[in-house]
Design a protein. Structure first.
Length: 111
């Protein structure tokens, strides 16, 4: 895809829609990425994005589905701390889509 302009700022995006530089991501980039995947972001989507970014910053790794569900449960409550709710927020491939919209790098082995 190359460089896209989002609110006057050039952001490098690869052919699959992943931000090439984690530090270039900001909320407007996430909005743009979500729209590209026909997803309307809600407050819960943004909570997940923030959890993912914090985890990645602390661990230099993408959390497993189980780790993310636990983080979601701690933040959003037990009823939302599960893979079913994550799949409702980010359909089809929840970890891949949530990481992409959050500006995280493509997971190893993801196509």
């Amino acid at each position: 895809m190359g460089s896209v302009e989002i609110n006057g700022k050039a952001v490098e995006i690869d052919g699959e829609g992943y931000v090439q530089n984690f530090k270039e991501w900001e909320r407007d980039v996430g909005v743009w990425l979500a729209k590209e995947d026909h997803l309307e972001m809600t407050d819960d989507h943004w909570v997940v994005a923030q959890l993912l970014r914090e985890f990645y910053t602390s661990h230099e790794a993408i959390p497993t589905a189980k780790e993310l569900a636990k983080l979601m449960g701690n933040t959003l409550g037990d009823e939302k701390g599960n893979s079913k709710y994550l799949a409702e927020l980010f359909p089809n491939d929840p970890i891949k889509l949530s990481c992409k919209i959050s500006g995280l790098p493509r997971m190893a082995g993801c196509t």
